[in-house]
Design a protein around this ligand. Structure first.
Ligand code: GLC
Length: 756
């Protein structure tokens, strides 16, 4: 048996679930029949324009060193969608391909395809991974009928730095939470079998540690110790892989001074070895070529060598593999086995999707028209939006009284652009504005509306895919708008200010050193607060913001992130009390940008600072701001209130074979039904490697009627006490622990126990 047969046999038998129509032998024979050029070009991904009859895009192709002949052998296409378009492209492509091997069609479907859900950071605020699984399943269905086979999602990078624009794509700062959402989204996209109708293959990204760019500047260097990388950043990738993710995408950054796309330790030892990932590894856009600009490769040929040696199977949009891999093999610089392995994994993915049997999979114009943006999908988008909102402050201002006059003021009052920076297929015409949603709502009383200010002033620089819509209102109108708004606020009982970041102020290549609401809106906010003391703020953003001033002056603050297609209707549901907010922060809101990166699961340091307790000044603290964030991870209010009893443990000592039950009584002490997310944290007091002051190990959502009380239990077993010890193993160590149970990560409600 040749090495190829052993490899193919090994890989394919690993996929016991493989139900594609090509047998192992047929796949093997196909690979044997393919020329080196044909195998190498399976590893090439291009944009659709290179393959359509719109004419070959000669300029960029030449820049990429690409020929029409090699483009005609490509393995996959990204960034194109539409049932009719992709069926045509597939049919014409296969007719010309020497082995009629179908293309894979891949697309960024991050928080929805055409029905857009809250941005992933907002979905994280739901503390409901199952909800994200349902959203991903709908996104898969809408994508699949539009001809898409693979989505470049979920993005599972752990994030701690609000300056980074891509925090909006993450589910936050906690590895346990991110792992639950990673697995849930993979399952939502893929189901039990990606060959099934309405399922797409998922791609866990960006491997690895992309969420920790120095200074929060996108694409910047990532400096993580291996311990921190493993402890905080790797778990969510592993969770997605363990959930069966078909693909992984490399990250742009270096780790240990080596770009991820050429990092053999990261990709061969960790990803393929330790994590046992045997799916397709794709580079991020041009990441292979960027190893030249990193200063890691001298030229494109060396970049091809390094990426192939690291095990990157698909080259996204540089043409480097197509241009150099054949030569490298023929020169003996890389064994043909590397190409065979990569091509086999790509063919295996096509086979698992059933593309050799039906190259169009679910592409269907009729289904497209019926399924996309259907009522059920909109209803799910509205439910997800409601559950993503976090009530940060409420001095009896919400829910709004239905009688009286309410002035809705702010650039988000009559704005449809609330789908987030990655909603590339979503259309703003599908989005209801807040003004329209209030108008639809029976019982909103007297309501008046105005923008009050432009979205951004000249001090805010916007880029992104938008272009013209970036600046809806000319800044010179600001004076007139402000005057109109102040007049409206003076005569209103309550003002609801719909303000926040422009949706293009977050997302890829959208890092910001200033994480405040645009100044032109803050000027409006101040003026409104001068003439009306009942100001409620509905805050839109793709990241945590510095909202000290808003938090101080507003009577209520409801954070809505970028809430998606049904966001406005969901906001009205919450404002008028039809839905009692349940969201909790998945990422700390810093006191100010100077505090960033700030996260709850920090280490104590040798000089911990306990405000009011320390006598000396030599403590780990700032002179000018507190250590604590303005709002901590896990924080969120309700229209009712809850009490949590002291933590009770059924015993104070356990062996590794035993467990301890931690129990609290949660009571609804308010006047209306509500849901609380009770959170369970562990602190390992002393260990061979310092441990975070808290680590989230569980949470439970309880819905209680006024006065109702419920016992909530969390089981502490050895698995919840394990960590990466100095021996490099995931294991627990005997000693003292603290078990915290509360309604956010700042809770001090704890009980001690011993592991013996
Ligand atoms: C982008 C992003 C990545 C995305 C890819 C394809 O640069 O980094 O998340 O999936 O290119 O659009």
């Amino acid at each position: 048996m040749t090495i190829m047969e052993m490899f193919l046999g090994c890989m394919l038998t690993k996929r016991k679930d493989m139900v594609g129509k090509m047998t192992e032998q047929e796949l093997h024979s196909l690979l044997e029949e393919m020329t080196l050029e044909e195998k190498v070009n399976q590893m090439q991904q291009l944009i659709g324009a290179f393959l359509t009859d719109e004419g070959v895009v000669t300029g960029p192709m030449q820049e990429m060193g690409l020929t029409e002949e090699r483009a005609a052998l490509a393995g996959s296409v990204l960034g194109t969608h539409g049932a009719a378009k992709l069926k045509k492209m597939q049919r014409e492509f296969m007719e010309k391909h020497p082995h009629r091997i179908p293309l894979l069609f891949m697309l960024d479907v991050i928080n929805g395809f055409r029905t857009i859900f809250p941005i992933p950071l907002g979905q994280g605020a739901s503390f409901e991974p199952e909800l994200s699984e349902r959203c991903a399943a709908v996104a898969a269905k809408e994508s699949a009928v539009s001809g898409v086979h693979v989505t470049f999602a979920p993005m599972v990078d752990l994030v701690r730095d609000a300056r980074w624009g891509r925090v909006m794509e993450s589910t936050g700062e906690d590895p346990y939470m991110n792992s639950l959402f990673s697995a849930a989204m993979v399952k939502g996209f893929q189901g039990e079998d990606i060959k099934e109708p309405y399922r797409v293959a998922a791609c866990v990204k960006h491997f690895g540690g992309y969420g920790a760019p120095t200074a929060g500047r996108d694409y910047n260097t990532v400096e993580l110790s291996e311990h921190t990388l493993r402890e905080f950043y790797l778990p969510s990738y592993k969770a997605g892989i363990d959930a069966g993710a078909a693909m992984v995408m490399t990250a742009f950054n270096t780790l240990g001074g080596i770009p991820c796309s050429g990092n053999k330790w990261l990709m061969r030892d960790v990803l393929r070895g330790e994590m046992e990932f045997d799916g397709v590894l794709i580079s991020d856009w041009a990441a292979i070529e960027e190893m030249i600009y990193h200063g890691y490769c001298a030229d494109r040929k060396e970049a091809a060598l390094r990426a192939a040696e690291a095990g990157v199977d698909i080259d996204m949009m540089t043409g480097i593999y197509s241009e150099h891999l054949c030569g490298l093999v023929r020169e003996g610089k890389i064994p043909e086995k590397l190409v065979d392995e990569a091509a086999a994994r790509i063919l295996d993915l096509k086979n698992r999707l059933g593309l050799f049997e039906n190259p169009y999979k679910d592409a269907d114009e009729k289904a497209e028209a019926e399924i996309i943006l259907c009522k059920e999908h909109r209803e799910l988008a509205r439910e997800a939006a409601r559950k993503s909102f976090v009530l940060l402050k409420n001095e009896d201002a919400l829910p709004l009284k239905k009688e009286g006059k309410t002035a809705y003021i702010g650039p988000y009052v009559d704005n449809r652009h609330m789908m987030g920076a990655w909603s590339i297929i979503g259309e703003s015409k599908d989005v209801t504005t807040l003004q329209e949603a209030v108008g639809e709502y029976d019982g909103s009383g007297q309501a008046v509306f105005c923008a009050g200010s432009p979205m951004v002033g000249d001090d805010v620089k916007l880029e992104g895919f938008a272009g013209s819509e970036a600046q809806e209102t000319p800044v010179q109108d600001a004076g007139r708008m402000l005057e109109e708004a102040v007049g409206m606020a003076k005569s209103a009982d309550t003002v609801v200010m719909a303000i926040g970041e422009h949706y293009l102020q977050s997302g890829e290549a959208s890092s910001q050193a200033n994480i405040q609401v645009p100044e032109v809106q803050m000027e409006l906010f101040r003026k409104i607060c001068e003439v009306n003391e009942n100001v409620v703020v509905v805050l839109f953003s793709g990241r945590p913001l510095d909202i000290r001033e808003i938090s101080e002056k507003a009577k209520a603050v409801l954070h809505v992130w970028m809430p998606g297609t049904e966001g406005a209707r969901a906001i009205v549901d919450v404002l008028y009390g039809d839905y009692n907010p349940t969201g909790k922060l998945p990422m700390s809101f810093p006191y100010c940008v100077g505090q960033v990166p700030v996260h709850y699961n920090e280490y104590a340091t040798g000089r911990p600072y306990m405000p009011g307790k320390n006598k000396d000044r030599f403590r780990s603290k700032y002179l000018d701001i507190p250590n604590a964030p303005l709002y901590p991870f896990g924080y969120g209010l309700s229209y009712t209130s809850f009490s949590v009893s002291p933590v009770m443990l059924d015993k104070e000592c356990m062996t590794r074979e035993e467990n301890i039950q931690a129990e609290v009584k949660v009571k609804n002490t308010g006047a209306r039904r509500g849901t609380e997310t009770v959170q369970f944290y562990i602190h390992d007091v002393a260990a061979s490697v310092v441990r975070p002051v808290k680590e989230l190990k569980g949470f439970c959502k309880v819905t209680l009627e006024p006065g109702e009380e419920q016992t909530v239990r969390f089981t502490i077993d050895d698995s919840k006490l394990r960590f990466l010890t100095e021996n490099g193993r995931q294991e627990s160590e005997a000693g003292e622990f603290e078990a915290f149970v509360g309604t956010d990560s700042a809770t001090v409600n704890c009980a001690k126990f011993q592991l013996v």
